[in-house]
Design a protein around this ligand. Structure first.
Ligand code: ADP
Length: 451
């Protein structure tokens, strides 16, 4: 789907509509001004002809023209014709069509080529059936040139004006929609962060934004509620499952040690015991996740020597490694103190190292490096085991995700190990990443802020 921002859409429509309206209004104004200009010229020529006739005195059968009569006055030229249309006096513009017929008391425009004139013919009778025609001629070139100038100015200014209007519109819309942007940003922060109990600040004015914010907060409330219900449910369910599973395990163990069982029965009970241990592992990890996600408290963090902690975990897993003839190498800087939760950090290292052993090759190695890097602690757990295919890389952090589902039953694999690791790293403000080549090995890197 094409992506258009609301701001761009509104600006586009608003500018388009303003451009059409403004264009229509400007065109109407230009046409109107042109019309007014023409009718003013009509009146001007008519007035000039009436004024010119003042120079003529009619008496009985004859007329007298004042000796100082001028045939040009303020842009208007005058011609005097007899009743047969013969030119008696006067002058006319160079290109003016001389044959233009006389039409009594009527203003009209006459065109020749690019030139245009406004003329007015007045007829004045005297004596017995005699008449004089007076024609006034003025060029309407002036109005046209003004109009052309105006049109050119409008065409030049118009695009700039529209751009300006569009820009002003965009700025205004941006301002109007800023609260919506803020809501989106804050909502992103809340939904992407760990604390669903945060809420959006309510605006002071009860407008649309207020109601939108209110709806968002209600939604967060419901989300938080359902997350808490889910966590509570897994905590309760795992807790309830723990006792029966422990009973199952101890009964199996009792049967194996004290029961008089046939070889087949023993094998059956051993399978039962293995499966019960697997359930027990799953239940205790689930319980840990459910409980600790709720109760982890950074204020109760203590100072821990991370190198020593890792050394202890590595030693604990030595026996496990020996079963596959895997060698564990450790390299630690001294005094790498971190503020954290000891149980959680041990669980994290336990998960990473036991994974490296479990997915490692016979006679392989696991290298653990804990060093100082600037103001941080850098950790690395490397193995030369089976590796992880690129298509699984971003999924291995998900709960219950396992690359090879058929290996799940071995050694109580639950698919929860790395999701816990990721969460523990996050709780301690750290970061973790992984690099792996299928068939060659895997390296997990992590960084923690140093105390
Ligand atoms: P699991 O209980 O299955 O080990 P994890 O969450 O610890 O679950 O790991 C998820 C998946 O990531 C594993 O199923 C495994 O395929 C892969 N994985 C984890 N660590 C390694 C490793 N060191 N080498 C190869 N694959 C690994």
């Amino acid at each position: 789907m094409k992506r258009h921002s609301i701001k761009a859409k509104i600006t586009f429509w608003y500018t388009g509509i303003v451009a059409v309206i403004l264009g229509t209004v400007l065109a109407a104004v230009l046409i109107f001004v042109n019309k007014i200009g023409l009718s003013a010229t009509e009146e001007e020529v008519q007035g000039a002809v009436t004024g010119f006739v003042g120079n003529i005195t009619f008496k009985d059968d004859t007329y007298y023209l004042d000796s100082d009569t001028e045939f040009y006055d303020d842009g208007v030229m005058f011609c005097v014709y007899d009743e047969k249309g013969r030119l008696l006096y006067g002058s006319m513009p160079v290109d003016f069509p001389k044959q233009t017929s006389l039409q009594s008391h009527k203003s009209r425009s006459v065109k020749k080529g690019h030139k245009e004139w406004m003329i007015y013919d007045g007829v004045y009778s005297y004596g017995n059936g005699k008449a004089l025609w007076v024609r006034g001629i003025t060029s309407i070139h002036n109005i046209e040139s003004y109009m052309n100038l105006a049109i050119r100015a409008v065409l030049f200014i118009f695009p700039g004006l529209i751009l300006l209007i569009g820009w002003i519109g965009y700025v205004m819309i941006q301002r109007a929609l800023k609260p919506v942007d803020d809501i989106c940003r804050r909502a992103d922060e809340i939904s992407g962060g760990d604390d669903l109990s945060k809420r959006l600040p309510m605006p002071k004015v009860k407008d649309e934004i207020y109601y939108l914010t209110e709806r968002f907060n209600e939604m967060f409330e419901r989300l938080q509620q359902s997350f808490e219900n889910e966590k509570q449910f897994s905590a309760d369910a795992s807790h309830e499952l723990r006792t029966p599973v422990t009973v199952l395990i101890s009964q199996c163990e009792y049967l194996l040690e004290n029961g008089e069982l046939t070889k087949e029965q023993k094998e059956e009970v051993e399978i039962l015991l293995k499966q019960s241990q697997r359930i027990s592992q799953l239940v205790s990890q689930l319980l840990m996740i459910a409980r600790e996600e709720k109760t982890v408290n950074a204020e109760k963090f203590e100072e821990i020597d991370f190198g020593m902690l890792t050394e202890i975990v590595a030693e604990e897993l030595e026996i496990e490694a020996e079963k596959k003839s895997i060698k564990i190498y450790t390299e630690m800087d001294e005094n790498l103190i971190i503020r954290g939760d000891q149980t959680l950090l041990m669980r994290m290292m336990m998960n990473l190292i036991s994974n490296a052993i479990f997915y490692g090759k016979e006679n392989g190695y696991v290298k653990i490096l804990i060093t100082q890097a600037d103001h941080r602690i850098r950790g690395q757990v490397e193995d030369n085991g089976i590796g992880i295919g690129p298509e699984h890389m971003d999924k291995i952090w998900n709960r219950f995700y396992r690359v090879d589902k058929s290996r799940a039953n071995e050694n109580n694999r639950t698919g929860l190990g790395l999701s816990m690791v990721k969460w523990i790293v996050k709780v301690h403000n750290g970061t973790i990443d992984v690099k792996s080549t299928l068939g060659k090995g895997t390296t997990f890197f992590f960084y923690f802020p140093k105390e």
